[in-house]
Design a protein around this ligand. Structure first.
Ligand code: BQF
Length: 296
């Protein structure tokens, strides 16, 4: 069994991005610019945003974080988004999820210009992804692909079972892996799937993103499978300073010995997510500049 750590993969990506960013800044006299919108004070969201800010600082991206009270109106967010869409110095825009219930997340995400949609959640980007066209791709699925590439895990002809059908992970990773080049056979399972164990046991590669701590136990897994655990669940642990610890959707302790390779939580796929956000921001900046030059 091999543990698939995210750190070395992310490090390799950061080194490439450092070089590419330096070249981009030299040729344009502008740093890539990421705008982040954070609503409310959920501690997990705040910590994700601060990791994203640190990653921008490391690469020399400019960035701004717009913080709003939980009770902010939809109008106010929509008008900020349209201002950011029109601002030529802004390359990437992201709204940290989850949003409070009184806000229509779909409407807010659709307001972000598809060209600046570095989370890849806009319907135009999702549609292009499904069609196999170039597009901005959701960061966690992109991170999973980079992990598979780095650790030389072949996907062609393999049976990939995805557990979870979210717009952020399940749907896009499934839609990527059956495209030409990845060539996997993909099955999607979700909370209403009957005989989950029977299906996950067929997987050569099992990708789990359903948000249920320790759902996947040894009886869900074929001997020799590869497991990608996307779950990040906080469970109470009085023994820890913070009062909780992070666990995945997979019972790593009991499942690991049955696998060929498995991602840990924390320290696995999550680490890739922020690196891919930086990748998308630089790509968006480059694309916008090229188009701007063509128009000029
Ligand atoms: C790690 C996220 C659910 C809902 C909204 C490193 C991240 C996570 C874990 C991270 C996530 C999850 C992010 C680890 C960003 C991934 O060491 O295991 C980094 O920063 N993520 C987010 O912005 O919003 C979420 C999960």
């Amino acid at each position: 069994m091999k543990t698939l750590w995210g750190k070395p993969v992310a490090e390799e990506i950061y080194l490439r991005l450092e070089e590419e960013t330096a070249r981009y800044i030299q040729s344009t006299n502008h740093a890539p610019y990421l705008a982040v919108i954070l609503v409310g004070s959920d501690p997990a969201s705040s910590s994700y945003v601060s990791m994203k800010e640190k990653a921008c600082d490391r690469l020399g991206f400019d960035h701004a974080t717009y913080r709003f009270d939980e009770s902010v109106s939809e109008e106010k967010l929509l008008s900020l988004l349209s201002k950011l869409n029109d601002d030529p110095k802004v390359d990437g825009i992201l709204v940290q999820l989850p949003l409070p219930d009184h806000l229509d997340a779909a409407k807010i995400l659709e307001t972000i210009s598809p060209l600046k949609d570095v989370d890849g959640f806009h319907p135009v980007n999702v549609g292009n992804l499904l069609l196999g066209n170039p597009s901005l791709v959701s960061c966690t699925p992109l991170g999973i692909l980079k992990m598979l590439e780095y650790y030389e895990i072949e996907t062609a002809g393999k049976h990939v079972v995805v557990v979870g059908r979210s717009n952020i992970v399940g749907k896009p990773i499934a839609a990527l892996l059956f495209q030409k080049g990845w060539d996997a056979t993909v099955t999607i399972c979700h909370s209403k799937t009957r005989n989950l164990r029977g299906i996950t046991s067929l997987a050569d590669i099992l990708i789990v993103a359903i948000g249920q701590p320790l759902l996947i136990t040894p009886d869900h897994v074929k001997e020799g499978a590869v497991i990608i655990d996307v779950g990040i669940n906080r469970i109470e642990d009085a023994g820890r300073a913070r009062g909780y610890r992070l666990v995945g959707d997979v019972d790593f302790e009991h499942v690991a010995s049955k696998t060929t390779a498995i991602t840990p939580v924390p320290g696995g796929v999550g680490v890739m997510t922020v690196a891919m956000l930086m990748n998308n921001t630089l790509q968006a900046a480059k694309k916008r500049r090229n188009e701007a030059e063509i128009l000029a």
